[in-house]
Structures are given as structure tokens and as C-alpha cells.
Design a protein around this ligand. Structure first.
Ligand code: FAD
Length: 334
């Protein structure tokens, strides 16, 4: 296990920011991890770097999570329990489960990143969230200095949220995640344009692989690929407002997209709010807002993390002034 000095994180973040870390180490086993922790305190646990904005040099140790492995833990008549190492690539893992016709993760196809980061913000797409198939995870607790198993109630999953992103931020290093998947898949095709895409594909009786392909097609047509242009997907969460706020806004903005949320609250589209403030397609230097997706901030080439952060703050400010809504970042700023 080699701790490298003054290490470039350029290949390790989807914004393509050329930020350096004072020290960098890749951990492939729990023993590696415990060895490192005995010597040093990691400042940043790095997965695939697809939900990160590196705004400045990391003045400490970056620990890249590379613990792999996929195991079938147990099964019953209806379900299979499958555990994946935190360092497994998320989409490869989704493919692994689909090849075996285990249902549940197909709507989450093509989300970048690694398995270990998926519970952090309870990844979600096309009407499905990680919590729907989550069974348990193992994590190294930096406070108690030992490994614990956490179940669904311990993780307190919410919309793009969990204890790992809020109450216990920085405490746990996720080592592996176990999912409970269906042997006879139940499809979720009502959300977004999935049905329409399946129709275009000429599919009448879809399988989980068809649903996955439909999701992939839609994502490719809508979201900029970080391989072409640096970005971290949605920069902000969609804000959730109460009924009174929603009613007062809809008096002025009758075409404002809105979706029912928990406890009679309403989820608004952050991208629409940002677009109304005139940011879509904005560019200053190499930092900008994507031309088709106002929710996606981009690095056109050599932007600094600080410039993207400043742009995001200007956006927050203008949305607050126009709508009285404070946007919350989905991306983790370091
Ligand atoms: C084009 C694009 C599309 C996207 N679409 C979606 C989408 O549809 N839905 C969605 O929910 N997200 C989406 N995302 C965001 C991102 O893919 C997810 O949040 C993903 O789970 C991040 O994984 P990662 O391994 O890259 O995490 P990283 O960016 O490396 O890390 C994210 C956070 O998790 C922490 N972390 C990472 N691994 C561990 C670990 N093992 N233990 C403890 N902490 C850890 C990091 O310290 C950091 O705070 C998208 C991103 C991009 C670039």
C-alpha cells in the first residue's frame, strides 16, 4: 500500500478539475483501510468522484475506496441478497444483477460512481431510489474505530439524503452494501418517459434489460456525458416547499412544474427555477451552466473548482431573490 504525495486528482473527478491532494492512497481491503487509519486521518473518502466539486487543494490524505467483490449472501423463494464491495462500479454492478435476472436496480442504470457512495445520497432516478432495494451495509465507524452493520432504519434515507450526508457526515466509511433483489422482477415503467421510450424501441412485454436500455437511452439523450464535458450531474436538489409557498408561487408562475411530495409538500424543479433566472447556457471563462440542462453546471475545459463554486453561489442567490427559495447543493463541495 503506497501513500503517494502531491497527487493529481484530475482523473478521479467527473468535473475534470486539476486539483492536487497532499497525499493519496488506494485501499483494496479492510486491512489496508485499518492500516491507513492507524497512521493517518483521511480527509476525503473518494469513490468515482462523480458527485464532488474539488474547490481547492486537499491538504491531507485522500483515501480512494477500491474494495471490490460481489457475493450472493442468501436467498429465499422470492428474493436474493447480494453484497457488493464499496469500490465496485455502480453500473457494472447493475449489469451483473440484470444478467442474472434479479430485479430492482434497472431504473438506476448508468448512474456514475461506485457502490459505496450510492447510499450516501440515496441515489435515485426514474421513480426508484437505492433505499427500495437496500438491505444493509457494513461501515467502518471512525468514532468507535470498528466495523458496524447498519440497516435501513439506521441510515435514515430521504430524498438525496441519509445520515452519511447529514447527521453523521464523515463518521462512516462504507465498505460494502447488501441489496435485496427480486427473483421475479416487478417493473417500474410509469415514471418519466420510460413507457414512451419502450414504445419507440418496439418493446411490448418489457424485461428488466429493456427497462434498463430505455433508461440508458433517455439518460444519454438528456444528460451531458462527463467523458465529453466535465460535470457532476444535478448540481442542486429539487427544492421541497409547503402548500402555502406553492400556492403563492403558482399565482405568479402558473406554468411552474411541481410534483406532490411527502406530507402534502410539493417538489419543484430546480432546473426550471434556474432557467427562469436566465442562467441556462451561461458561460464565464470555462465555468458554465449546460445549454440544455440548467441544473447541470459544467467545466468547459480549464475552469477552477472555485469558479464553479462561485457560479453556483450566484445561481443560489438569484433563485432566492426571484422565488424566495434557497437551493440546496446535491454535489459535495470539498
Ligand atoms: C452525468 C451524471 C449523472 C448523474 N445522475 C445521477 C442520478 O440520476 N441520480 C443520483 O442520485 N445521482 C446522480 N449523479 C451523482 C452521482 O453519480 C452519485 O451521487 C454517485 O453515487 C456518486 O458516486 P461516486 O462513487 O462518484 O462518489 P464520489 O463523488 O466519489 O463521492 C460522493 C460523496 O460520497 C463520499 N463517499 C464516497 N465513497 C464513500 C465510501 N465508501 N464511504 C463513505 N463515504 C464515501 C465522498 O466522500 C463524497 O462526500 C450523477 C452524476 C453525473 C456526473
Amino acid at each position: 500500500m503506497l501513500i503517494e504525495k502531491d497527487f493529481s486528482l484530475l482523473p478521479f473527478n467527473s468535473f475534470h478539475l486539476d486539483v492536487r491532494a497532499a497525499e493519496f492512497v488506494s485501499v483494496k481491503t479492510i486491512n489496508d483501510l485499518e492500516d491507513v487509519i492507524r497512521q493517518k486521518t483521511p480527509l476525503l473518502i473518494l469513490g468515482g468522484g462523480s458527485n464532488l466539486l474539488l474547490s481547492k487543494k486537499v491538504e491531507g490524505l485522500v483515501m480512494k475506496m477500491d474494495i471490490g467483490g460481489i457475493d450472493e449472501v442468501k436467498e429465499d423463494h422470492t428474493h436474493i441478497y447480494v453484497r457488493a464491495g464499496a469500490g465496485e462500479n455502480w453500473h457494472d454492478f447493475v449489469n451483473y444483477t440484470m444478467q442474472r435476472n434479479w430485479g430492482g436496480l434497472e431504473n438506476l442504470s448508468l448512474i456514475p460512481g461506485q457502490v459505496g457512495a450510492a447510499p450516501i445520497q440515496n441515489i435515485g432516478a426514474y421513480g426508484v431510489e437505492l433505499k427500495d432495494t437496500f438491505y444493509e451495509l457494513e461501515a467502518y465507524d471512525r468514532k468507535e474505530q470498528k466495523v458496524f452493520t447498519l440497516g435501513v432504519n439506521d441510515c435514515r434515507f430521504g430524498y438525496r439524503d441519509s445520515i452519511f450526508k447529514s447527521a453523521e457526515k464523515g463518521r462512516y466509511i462504507i465498505l460494502n452494501v447488501t441489496f435485496v433483489l427480486r427473483k421475479s422482477p416487478v417493473l417500474h415503467t410509469s415514471y418519466g418517459a420510460i413507457r414512451e421510450e419502450l414504445r419507440k424501441m418496439g418493446v411490448e412485454s418489457p424485461t428488466i434489460r429493456d427497462v434498463s436500455q430505455a433508461v440508458i437511452n433517455i439518460r444519454r439523450s438528456k444528460l451531458p456525458d462527463p467523458a465529453d464535458i466535465g460535470n457532476a450531474g444535478s448540481f442542486f436538489k429539487n427544492p421541497v416547499v409547503d402548500q402555502a409557498k406553492f400556492v403563492s408561487l403558482s399565482e405568479n408562475y402558473s406554468d411552474m412544474p411541481a410534483y406532490p411530495h411527502e406530507d402534502k409538500s410539493v417538489k419543484l424543479a430546480a432546473g426550471w427555477l434556474i432557467e427562469q433566472c436566465g442562467w441556462k447556457g451561461y458561460r464565464k471563462g470555462d465555468a458554465g451552466v449546460h445549454k440544455d440542462q440548467a441544473l447541470v453546471l459544467v467545466n468547459y475545459g480549464h475552469a477552477k473548482g472555485k469558479e464553479i463554486l462561485e457560479l453556483s453561489e450566484k445561481i443560489e442567490d438569484s433563485v432566492y431573490r426571484k422565488f424566495g427559495i434557497m437551493l440546496e447543493r446535491e454535489v459535495n463541495v470539498v
